[in-house]
Design a protein around this ligand. Sequence first.
Ligand code: SF4
Length: 437
Amino acid sequence: MSPVIPIHAEHTPSPGACATPPGALAQVLRERGQHEVFCGLTGIVWLHRKMQDAFFLVVGSRTCAHLIQSAAGVMIFAEPRFATAILDERDLAGLADAHDELDRVVGQVLARRPNLRTLFLVGSCPSEVIKLDLSRAAERLSRVHGPHLRVLNYSGSGIETTFTQGEDACLAALVPTMPDAPDETPELLVVGALADVVEDQFARLLAQLGIARVRFFPGRRSAQLPSIGPGTRVLLAQPFLADTARALVARGARLLGAPFPIGVEGTTRWLGAAAQAFGIDAQTLEHVTAPARHRAAKALEGPRERLAGRRIFFFPDSQLELPLARFAQRELGMQLLEVGTPYLHRQQHAEELALLPADTRIVEGQHVDRQLERCLRNRPDLTVCGLGLANPLEAQGLATKWSIEFVFTPIQGYEQAGDLAQLLARPLHRHALLSAA
Ligand code: SF4
């Protein structure tokens, strides 16, 4: 195993209980075939920014190192809190004791970063192929370096997963370490990594609504985990956290049904679900959210003029596709040609499905050839897709938007609704300029 590679050596510029009754009105087509997605290691890019006392050590290959170097290239001037312990030929051939090597590499990390409170050992395709038992390594290293440092493991492997599942796996790994709530006093737990600015906005709005006890998971300090128990009301801020939600419910928490806080409508309904769970009346919700709703509605006016009536096609990639499609259709007047999603968690998406037109073509899973064929036949005005498909589609004369940008960019909440609409409008503008040229 090679020594820790700091991930700033190379720089490649990097490029996403409600009033509506649940009910899957829209049709869902299942497809399975070749898929084109990033792996769960990508989540490290936003998770390490969020948890400022955590370190992510990928146990993987040079390919894994290159992936996060490229994806997080913007971090070159910051002290990185992630790295790759590279499995080399000797490790892969079983000629070296990978556990001894891993212990040595972790020792190097901690010597340079004595203030870390959580170290994640992140598994990859190569570590899974050679069946390197990272849970055993995490237990051993926790014993050696605890209690100041907690060592956990999760898989970021790209086998049969998509890139946002890395966050789900990471948060699910943290759930067993959350303390038990001392009593059953209701507390709201907002789950899903949010940019700090968005977290602060939501914290203010929830406080104004009168919800006194609110925690965010993950928070800025990985060592200060919220407690969990029957009083915990979980409100998902991201649509790709099925395992985390399941683990929280298994600890006694109750999951609130809501659309996701994307766009004015989604944010209002999302806050409404929290308000309802805490017995807050509709007038208070209306009063508290009115100024921000009006600002957001104003910010949407310009983009809506450019986007209304335009046809949009979503390839399955980020798992944000359904909320984005609902926003594009209901708040920007766009026409949905196809909404692909890698996985459809029906319970968590029930409110989103209920808000989509009944004739929306929703595709779960990926058969990239068939989807490309439908996309090229339909000639959408805008295609939201993974990086690997964007250039070929642009070469075919289509305007594209990288779906990963909706994950890297703060898009949740009222104040970000205008920016989100601009993310959709900009490629059309660029395309028009290029066509004219
Ligand atoms: S985890 Fe797998 S898919 Fe991801 S970069 Fe490493 S080898 Fe590639």
